[in-house]
Design a protein around this ligand. Sequence first.
Ligand code: PLP
Length: 393
Amino acid sequence: MLRTVAGFDRLGEENAFTVLARAAELSAQGRDVINLGIGQPDFRTPEHVVEAAVQALRDGHHGYTETTGILPLRETVAGYLAARTGVTIPADRVMIVPGGKVTMFAAIMMFGEPGAEILYPDPGFPIYRSMIEFTGARPVPVPIRESNDFAFSAEELLSLITPATRLVILNSPANPTAGVTPRPEVNRLVAGLLEHPNVAVLSDEIYDRIIYGGAEHVSLLGYPEIRNRLILLNGWSKTYAMTGWRLGWSVWPTTLVERFRKFAVNGWSCVNAAAQYAGIAALEGPQDAVDTMVSEFDSRRQVTVDLLNRLPGVSCVAPRGAFYAFPNIAETGWAAKSLASALLERAGVALIGGPDFGTLGEGYLRVSYANSEDNIRKALARVGDFLAEARPR
Ligand code: PLP
């Protein structure tokens, strides 16, 4: 028997990928499955971005690049952040990574070890907890409640910090709840963090541009008092419909840049060269494709919430960001994972059970509306028929 390190026995999953695989299997058997499970835009990458990558390949950008990304891209990211947040950071603190996920992977690896504690949102993106467990650190869930519009509560979060806390993970706009934490709450959090100067902050802002109805995205970059311990996670995946390109960026505190570079050179050497040129085109080029996508998501969001609220036993608060709805299904009598699995197998609708995002996800489903309005209508009609006919188990 081969003996691997204990962390591998503790690794978790991202169930959206498992559901995607099962949905594909059912479709291959000839079943008609509508996928409201996966968290990626159903749009193409804007054409000028694709062209920039093609051009880069034609121009011979076929080799390794600097580990932390080509300088023009890092400068572009720094300029983009300055324009969006008013905060100027030097390009040498910007790290180009193969996907947003890699930043959380690196940050959690950097701070997690037995004896350490890391705070993470529950329900939240499942990889946070999985990676915390991998490192042997203690995962400390920060409850994200419907009664608080799925924003985090600064007071509750701060009350969970102990002398063992090394890292706090924040995510707004949030997956899976679609909550957006308002500025006064972020202000309270930052003020409270000043009493814990040795706690690092990982702010996952991958959905920052996908926001609705007057909600405001508050970047943690806007708080100079914590900038020396902030790791900012962002990237191209969601904003520019580039999930398959594997391209992300992060901003690291000056003191961690060299550690991060070493970690990167040990892990992936550099990011795909052509994709980096595409990244420049995305940030510097016209943004109308982003606006069109977000306004399309917004109208689907309204349809989705309206239809969900008509289902028996289901209620859904209006999502403020990302492209998910997180309906409360407690009154249906179904356990969330049983319902998600029955809907996939028996009604041909793929969505994700709330417990796949943490224990506080029980009683909820995650519905991704990154699908056509027609499909959303058809899928939710099937859910309605199913709930009317089937007995909970
Ligand atoms: N952070 C959150 C909250 C996400 O939902 C996702 C993807 O679903 C990521 C990070 C990872 O993004 P990427 O595909 O760029 O690795």
